[in-house]
Write a protein that binds this ligand. Structure first.
Ligand code: NAP
Ligand code: GLV
Ligand code: GLV
Length: 317
């Protein structure tokens, strides 16, 4: 059996596969694989370990001759046409749970960085502008007793809410299904998206990107935000109408926004760089040493199971 890993992930993945007698090829370069290289390297593979930056559309899937499993090194799988892969008998897997805490930590980091203007303050120091304590220097928004609105109260949304409860936030959420345990644990209330956007002080986005959630926060919805609102997106850029959000930030119509994800990555909108009231991260939600190792183990185990004719550990159903 032959497995192709499309990038350099933690070496534990390769070690596990080799132990099973699987032949492993890795993309050798320290950059994103090109479409042509991806097509050439995957066409004969029995298993593929893929990244969220690679588009497994019908065209690419049609070129796979032996593939039994695509193990995506991410929990999100909007880069893969899962239904089409399944119709071709290919199992698609993702990496849920192991990255929940790391990503929730990044959501909380963005919330704090936005509310307390951490990046602006750090820049101020580096520009040698600090001349002493001042009563009104970099005043921010205190989180105590504020309302946190979670858009998508799944694994990461709930983990973010749990952490923010510790800062004294009240939790409301918008989600497809009612999350009874979550409501009990955090005294969280399910509301409509409109109510959430109109009443939250902090909004954190955690829905997956799909046909229903693309542009979920469009112009009309973004106009509902309070002038003091903080909006944080660690899910996918395309869930928010980014151009309009940039316009709101430019006009100071909301307090600030934190981004870990962008529309059309990696070609993000350079207007973002001009905004003082935005905190920008390079899609590092799951990027801890611990989590990236766990993700590598999980993708390898998923591939091993499928190639051995067993059910995958975390298949996308
Ligand atoms: P999850 O457990 O599946 O949670 C998603 C939640 O969204 C579920 O509660 C689901 O509701 C809800 N939902 C789905 N579609 C909806 C809709 N149309 N309207 C309202 N609610 C909807 O996923 P997760 O593990 O928390 O991950 C969430 C997303 O975070 C991923 O898909 C990925 O895009 C992103 N992510 C980003 C990073 C990063 O590096 N920044 C890292 C990890 C994940 P039900 O339970 O009722 O279906
Ligand atoms: C990262 O964005 C993921 O979906 O795991
Ligand atoms: C600030 O440093 C304070 O002591 O209040």
């Amino acid at each position: 059996m032959k497995v192709f890993i499309t990038s350099k992930i933690s070496s534990v993945a390769k070690a596990l596969l080799v132990k099973e007698g699987i032949t492993v090829k890795e993309y050798p370069k320290n950059k994103t694989i090109s479409r042509d290289e991806l097509i050439n390297s995957t066409k004969n593979a029995d298993g593929i370990i893929s990244l969220l930056t690679e588009k497994f559309d019908k065209d690419l899937i049609d070129k796979l001759q032996n593939c039994k499993v695509i193990a995506n090194y991410a929990v999100g799988y909007n880069n893969i046409d899962v239904d089409y892969a399944k119709s071709k008998g290919i199992v698609v897997t993702n990496t849920p749970d192991v990255l929940t805490d790391a990503t929730a930590e990044i959501a909380v980091s963005l919330i704090l960085a936005c509310s307390r203007r951490i990046v602006e303050s750090d820049n101020f120091m580096r520009e040698k502008k600090f001349v002493g304590w001042e009563p009104k220097l970099f005043q921010g928004i205190q989180l105590t007793n504020k309302t946190l609105g979670i858009v998508g109260a799944g694994r990461i949304g709930q983990a973010t809410a749990r952490r923010m409860k510790g800062f004294g936030c009240k939790i409301i959420y918008y989600n497809k299904s009612k999350k009874v345990e979550f409501e009990k644990e955090l005294n969280a209330k399910k509301v409509t998206l409109e109510k959430l956007l109109k009443t939250s002080d902090v909004i954190s986005i955690h829905v997956p990107l799909n046909k229903q959630t693309k542009n979920l926060l469009d112009k009309e919805k973004l106009d509902m935000l309070k002038p003091t609102a903080i909006l944080v997106n660690t899910a996918r850029g395309e869930i928010v109408e980014e151009k309009y959000l940039i316009k709101l930030l430019k006009q100071n119509k909301i307090f600030s926004a934190g981004f870990d994800v962008y529309t059309n990555e990696p070609n993000y909108n350079k207007e973002l760089l001009k905004l003082k009231n935005a905190v920008l991260l390079p899609h590092i939600g799951s990027a801890t040493f611990e989590t990236r190792d766990s993700m590598a183990k999980l993708v390898a185990k998923n591939v091993i199971n499928v190639l051995n004719g067993k059910p995958a550990l975390t298949p996308i159903t």
